[in-house]
Design a protein around this ligand. Structure first.
Ligand code: FAD
Length: 451
């Protein structure tokens, strides 16, 4: 248990360092029974709590303040069972995403959702955020890969959601829990579906002299009926940040956009799809289309993409990573709007995102010690969110609402819809002690504190 102010500093922020809130205590159960005992003790004391996995969340979701206790789950990190016959695995909530894929590899299987943070983030955190990743374009997000959950509610009651043996009867409460951002209880055990490794993989890098051309290629590939396993875009500032870092991947540093495209499946037919993708990229204005010659080259191309946020850490002391989804066909228009917003507020935006599903990640490097710059970053974020909403999009694709997106909720949900979300939350946690103050704005959703 940690209680001293200095010890709690680590647990006062997550992957979005602009937010800092100090919890009352942080506790770290090492067994399932200890976790159950902690939640039941907190229930007896009517004390609020916040589950925390690896703290890589990008919406300030794992932060606790006032009397709230952080329950760190990273010591509950065991892979309890791999069942290759049924392509299932049972894991503790603190199991790190990539360790599951590594363990399943021995059976020719993997866990498909692959957030770029997968070397650190936990399966419990992935469940709470309904996380995505580059390969979720073809394979689907966390929701599509969880078969069942054992959950402890804030009251201390343990419930089983979903059914590892097939379809569950009744309402889809498993679906309701996935993406509930720690507000419906704590996932104690997670049964996930494993995916067979594809027979063949081809990884392509196409570079463009304009973002528009890259966006046109993205739409053309999907419109042609090809479903890549991944279709990621990085803009010029991102490419240059990656190439100047230890993650340099050999991207052309003078390009204004690159697309990283992966095709996988049965070997037969894969090369025909590669030729089609190449044709659409060149038609949209690609300068070159390169195909990774071997596994090393493929890994290097992916490292650049997955470590792009890390590479941006060299540019400025602080980084805001935003997350919004827009219709794919609106990519050129919204990316132009983001460039205009960056110019208006005199900030630099780097875009690295899941282009295939229209899931944008504008990143802004800044110095939080500079009050004026911090203010301009805040205004730019607001304008970017508005531009995405106006384009028919929404305010998060995978990073969740947490604290960061609270103010935008009324822009996309009516008061009735927010009240319905509160009512659903009450079914799981009527005292609203699990992750209080997150997801639904407090004036819409009476919190334990206001009660
Ligand atoms: C460099 C970087 C790249 C990223 N890339 C991606 C990406 O590609 N795709 C993506 O979707 N996200 C991405 N993220 C965001 C983040 O990694 C994910 O949201 C991840 O799922 C968070 O997992 P975590 O274990 O760190 O959870 P935390 O940050 O600790 O917690 C996140 C939320 O989950 C709740 N929670 C945690 N464990 C449980 C549990 N067992 N039961 C109930 N609630 C729980 C917490 O209360 C909190 O609300 C990225 C983050 C970084 C820093």
């Amino acid at each position: 248990m940690l209680a001293r102010s200095s010890e709690l500093a680590t647990y006062s922020s997550d992957g979005l360092p602009g937010y800092r809130l100090r919890p009352r205590l942080a506790v770290f159960p090492t067994t399932k029974q200890q976790l159950i005992d902690v939640v039941r003790l907190l229930a007896r004391e009517h004390c609020p709590f916040v589950a925390r996995g690896a703290g890589t969340g990008l919406s300030a979701g794992a932060l606790a303040s006032g009397d709230a206790v952080v329950i760190g789950l990273n010591r509950l990190n065991r892979i309890l069972r791999i069942d290759p016959a049924n392509r299932l695995a049972v894991v503790e909530p603190g199991a790190v995403n990539v360790t599951l894929t590594r363990a399943a590899g021995a059976h020719g299987l993997h866990y498909a959702p692959d957030p770029s943070s997968q070397t650190a983030c936990t399966i419990g955190g992935n469940v709470a955020e309904n996380s995505g990743g580059p390969h979720c374009l073809k394979y689907g997000v966390t929701l599509n890969h969880v078969a069942a959950l054992e959950v402890i509610l804030a009251s201390g009651e343990i419930v089983a959601l979903g059914n590892a043996d097939g379809e569950a009867d009744g309402y889809d409460l498993l679906g309701a829990f996935i993406g509930s951002e720690g507000c419906f209880g704590i996932a104690l055990e997670v049964t996930v579906k494993l995916t067979p490794n594809p027979q063949g993989v081809r990884t392509l890098l196409a570079d463009f002299m304009s973002i528009d051309a890259g966006a046109r290629a993205t739409s053309a590939i999907i419109a042609a009926g090809i479903l890549p396993a991944a279709l990621e875009m990085m803009d010029g500032p991102t490419i240059r940040a990656v190439e100047a870092s230890i993650y340099a991947a050999g991207y052309p540093a003078d390009a204004d956009a690159v697309l990283l495209i992966e095709l996988d499946g049965l070997d037969a037919g894969l090369d025909a799809d590669v030729r089609l993708v190449e044709k659409h990229c060149l038609a949209a204005g690609a300068r070159t289309v390169r195909i990774a010659a071997n596994e090393d080259e493929r890994a290097r191309l992916w490292q650049g993409r997955k470590k792009a946020f890390g590479a941006m850490g060299r540019i400025a002391p602080d980084l805001v990573v935003q997350d919004a989804v827009i219709p794919r066909t609106k990519l050129p228009e919204v990316l132009r709007a983001i460039a205009a917003i960056a110019a208006r507020w005199q900030i630099q935006v780097c875009n690295v995102f899941h282009a295939g599903d229209g899931n944008l990640h504008p990143n802004i490097g800044y110095d939080s010690r500079n009050a004026d710059e911090s203010r301009r970053v805040g205004m730019a974020m607001r304008d970017i969110m508005r531009a995405c909403i106006d384009a028919g999009g929404t305010i998060t694709g995978e990073h969740g609402i947490g604290l960061d997106k609270l103010e935008y909720m009324p822009q996309i949900f009516s008061p009735e819809s927010l009240a319905a979300q509160c009512a659903l939350r009450d079914a799981f946690d009527p005292e609203r002690r699990a992750n209080p103050g997150k997801v639904v704005p407090v004036h819409s959703c009476r919190e334990w504190r206001g009660a």
